[in-house]
Write a protein that binds this ligand. Structure first.
Ligand code: ATP
Length: 193
């Protein structure tokens, strides 16, 4: 079974594209979502996060997202500590999930692949790109966020120009209709390859 990575910058349309693959019957694993779930449900993660960041990492048994976000804000070292705790568990969870799938290929949606040099974990990588202005408007609307906040996140991410040559397939998320056509074509290609 082929493992196809699906990545892209903030608001590029990863989730939108992932849902289109899902509609075609392709199993989709959303790494960020599973990471969030595991941070609340895995005893090992919980224990390790409390060891590293203190009791405040959780409040009433629930992950204290704001506390951790403030800890890692602009701090690569602290962020790495969280990733080192969470990533191995997500990997384990993904591998277990993978054994239950029966399709010719699966999609793993992950915001970060190239940034952590994880491209070797995939048979091929799809990059979703979209006009920067559109991304900005869509995320501001979706998250009720300010222009400055979205721009600062965008500026902290690896640029599309760097990711394009590293990717196997590019989906240009323009209109929903056009993107769907690209997804259907790619789906056929992936089934044949
Ligand atoms: P993030 O990196 O923040 O998780 P993402 O890459 O998963 O974002 P989406 O959530 O799929 O991006 O898209 C961002 C927003 O733009 C969503 O509200 C989505 O509904 C909307 N959107 C995505 N693609 C299109 C499109 N082609 N036309 C109109 N709206 C779109």
């Amino acid at each position: 079974m082929k493992i196809i990575g699906l990545t892209g910058g903030i608001g590029s349309g990863k989730t939108t594209v992932a849902n289109m693959f899902r509609e075609l019957g392709v199993p989709v694993y959303v790494a960020d979502l599973e990471a969030k779930n595991l941070m609340n449900t895995s005893k090992v993660i919980k224990r390790q996060l409390i060891e590293k960041f203190g009791d405040q990492a959780y409040s009433n048994g629930e992950l204290n997202r704001n506390f951790l976000a403030a800890k890692v804000f602009n701090d690569e070292v602290e962020l790495k500590k969280i990733n080192n705790i969470v990533h191995p568990k997500v990997k384990e969870h993904f591998e277990k999930w993978l054994t239950k799938q029966t399709s010719p290929y699966i999609i793993k949606e992950a915001a970060i692949i190239f940034e952590h040099n994880r491209q070797h974990e995939y048979d091929a990588i799809i990059l979703v790109v979209s006009d920067k202005q559109k991304r900005l408007e869509r995320v501001m609307k979706r998250d009720n966020s300010t222009r400055e906040k979205v721009i600062s996140i965008m500026n902290n991410q690896m640029a599309d120009d760097v990711k394009i040559p590293l990717s196997d397939y590019i989906i240009e998320n323009t209109t929903i209709e056009d993107t769907k056509i690209q997804v259907e074509k790619l789906h056929q290609k992936l089934l044949e390859s």
